[in-house]
Write a protein that binds this ligand. Structure first.
Ligand SMILES: Cc1cc2nc3c(=O)[nH]c(=O)nc-3n(C[C@H](O)[C@H](O)[C@H](O)COP(=O)(O)O)c2cc1C
Length: 216
């Protein structure tokens, strides 16, 4: 293309660039405000808590996602940024990812929104069991080991696993209360999943957890 033709096209190209960017980068999904009241009494939720491995494919509504994620690792003390689950040294090193049919998202607790990470369905890579590919939601707990300042290698692994356990139990109790099926899972090809998610050095997949409505 001649330089003069390019100069004529330039204003149109400049206008197109942001549009192209938007197509590749969908905006975050704003979740409705989570409900901090109601649900099953704690002792009843503990009585009902159990693992299930059968899920209807029906997607979870956004209000359910919002309550589920807030219960998992949401902010319950806005002044200090404290979370619904404890973490060693308050490192808050666990990020909750959501693998759904429409793509991979990251839970942004402070803004109560889902930040798009990948525009493709990677549910099948979140575990070695068949149901993970068709259940509506596979949560993936990823530890940022670099955020655990001052800890040795062994403590980083120990504490990030323990911190994930608290989050996963919160999810179990929410699911018991909301009539959802759930199972936490460690049987994962972690390197294949980390590669698909584009994780960096120091980011480690700890566990995954599948959530969905019971099969009728
Ligand atoms: C760290 C951890 C890893 C687990 N990994 C798997 C898994 O990969 N696949 C699975 O189906 N269940 C997995 N489970 C669920 C257990 O099998 C289940 O909790 C156990 O059988 C007790 O059943 P309950 O949760 O109904 O009490 C895991 C549980 C934990 C705590």
């Amino acid at each position: 293309m001649k330089a003069t033709a390019l100069r004529r096209l330039w204003p149109a190209l400049v206008l197109m660039v942001p549009t192209l960017g938007m197509a590749a980068d969908p905006p975050p999904i704003q979740l409705p405000a989570p409900q901090h009241r109601g649900g099953m009494p704690l002792m009843e939720a503990l009585s009902a808590r159990h693992s299930s491995r059968e899920f209807a494919p029906r997607p979870l509504p956004r209000r359910v996602l919002s309550d589920l994620l807030w219960t998992a690792f949401g902010i319950n003390r806005p002044d200090s940024g404290g979370r619904t689950a404890p973490s060693a040294h308050n490192w808050q090193e666990i990020t909750v990812y959501l693998a759904m049919a429409e793509g991979l998202y990251r839970y942004d607790a402070r803004n109560n929104r889902l930040v798009p990470v990948l525009g493709r369905d990677i549910r099948a890579l979140t575990g070695t069991q068949d149901f993970v590919a068709t259940a509506p939601l596979d949560l993936i707990y990823v530890a940022d080991l670099n955020a655990m300042k001052g800890a040795g290698e062994q403590d980083r692994l120990l504490y990030s696993a323990a911190d994930t356990g608290f989050i996963a139990q919160n999810v179990y109790l929410y699911c018991a209360s909301a009539g959802l099926n759930v199972v936490v899972r460690g049987s994962i090809d972690r390197s294949a999943l980390a590669k698909a998610m584009g994780l960096g050095r120091g980011q480690r997949v700890v566990l995954s957890q599948t959530v969905g409505y019971p099969k009728r």
